[in-house]
Design a protein around this ligand. Structure first.
Ligand code: FAD
Length: 338
């Protein structure tokens, strides 16, 4: 295999027919930077129709090729059809890299088509770097419980396939480039789809669990004594117009649901204000908070690693400090009301 025979970096555009999943736009912006470094063209692969105003968002991320796919088998997501499609497209066009959002669908089909192409697939990188000496992409991510950063490459094979978690990167529109449009029809035989959707019930939407876009996040760590202590953190979050999040051990202890876990295996948050209560500052968690505008940390241990990452650090008992913040905020509100 000659690596130089493989060109262009692709982003799979996940959508529901109305809107693009944010992770696909985030990926377009980040992979644009890799293409600028490598000289590859950035291509977006869109399966089924998408409204023009959504396509415009992709073009504004600096995409230079649109691969528009139609055919049978893609009406609803099917791992059989999508794995087959990307195997066929990659064999035909030979991209250097293919990026897929780390959604339920993306995590399902990306490793499968990578396997069929006999190439490597990495998941959950938090940083992507183009190495101009080797021409490989470095997929960087915390490993060994966050004690080290692992650099994973696909040094011999192509394409380099990666799934990236939503929220890891930012969508940053740049300028539109000339864009080539390629139309492909790839039919997947419907009788070869091995799963049948018998019914569909949308998950009830609970906005308090949607912390990815919160402007203020009050994060409780394992320092919390138990569920009984939660109301004060909820109250603080509500006074600040924000939401409560947590570290993974807090989920493991059954105190808060998984959707509130922030970090490498949870959600990435980008609030204006992030306050950590009883959080040690493990890399696996910190990976999910580094885009916060201001970080405040409260910990009883003055040597806690979280103090290396924060703008303001408070050494003390988390419940006491939280109560103090609440009383100050309430006093401020009372004064303002007079
Ligand atoms: C592959 C992998 C992925 C992971 N992904 C994630 C992830 O996405 N998100 C995540 O959060 N973790 C993740 N982890 C776990 C991570 O490595 C840490 O174990 C975890 O983040 C630690 O959580 P913590 O800070 O709440 O707990 P601890 O490390 O136990 O820290 C508790 C802190 O609370 C302080 N404290 C205790 N009592 C009080 C008090 N009364 N007042 C003030 N401070 C107090 C202590 O001094 C301590 O610093 C992952 C681990 C692995 C291996």
């Amino acid at each position: 295999m000659k690596k130089s025979d493989y060109q262009d970096m692709w982003v799979y555009i996940e959508h529901d027919g109305k809107a693009i999943h944010p992770v696909s736009l985030e990926l377009c912006s980040e992979v644009r930077k890799l293409c600028d470094a490598s000289g590859d063209k950035l291509a977006a692969v869109i399966v089924n129709d998408l409204p023009q105003e959504e396509v415009d968002k992709i073009l504004e991320a600096g995409v230079e090729k649109l691969i528009l796919v139609s055919g049978t088998g893609y009406e609803t997501f099917s791992v059989d059809a999508y794995s087959h499609l990307f195997t066929v497209l990659c064999k035909k066009y030979m991209p250097s890299a293919v990026f897929v959002g780390g959604t339920i669908a993306g995590r399902d089909f990306a490793p499968r088509f990578a396997c069929r192409l006999r190439t490597g697939c990495t998941s959950d990188a938090t940083q992507l770097v183009y190495d101009e000496k080797t021409g490989d992409i470095e997929f960087v991510e915390p490993a060994v419980g966050g004690k080290m950063m692992a650099v994973i490459t696909v040094p011999v094979l192509r394409p380099q396939v990666g799934t990236i978690r939503p929220g890891t990167f930012k969508y940053q529109p740049t300028w539109r480039r000339d864009c080539e449009v390629i139309r492909e029809t790839v039919d997947f035989p419907l009788d070869q789809i091995r799963t049948k959707i018998l019914s569909f019930t949308a998950e009830e939407f609970d906005d308090s669990l949607n912390i990815g876009d919160a402007e203020v996040v009050v994060c409780v760590g394992s320092g919390i004594k138990g569920s009984d202590s939660l109301p004060r953190y909820r109250k603080l979050a509500s006074l600040l117009g924000g939401k409560v999040g947590c570290t993974r051990p807090v989920f493991d202890r059954g105190i808060l649901p998984f959707k509130l876990v922030i970090g490498q295996s949870g959600v990435v948050v980008k609030p204006k204000l992030y306050i950590a209560f009883g959080v040690s500052g493990a890399v696996n968690h910190v990976t999910g908070i580094t885009d916060s505008d201001k970080i405040v940390a409260v910990n009883k241990d003055p040597d806690a690693a979280i103090f290396h990452y924060c703008d303001y650090g408070i050494v003390g008992d988390m419940d006491e400090i939280c109560d103090l913040m609440i009383s100050r905020l309430e006093a401020g509100q009372a004064e303002a009301a007079i």
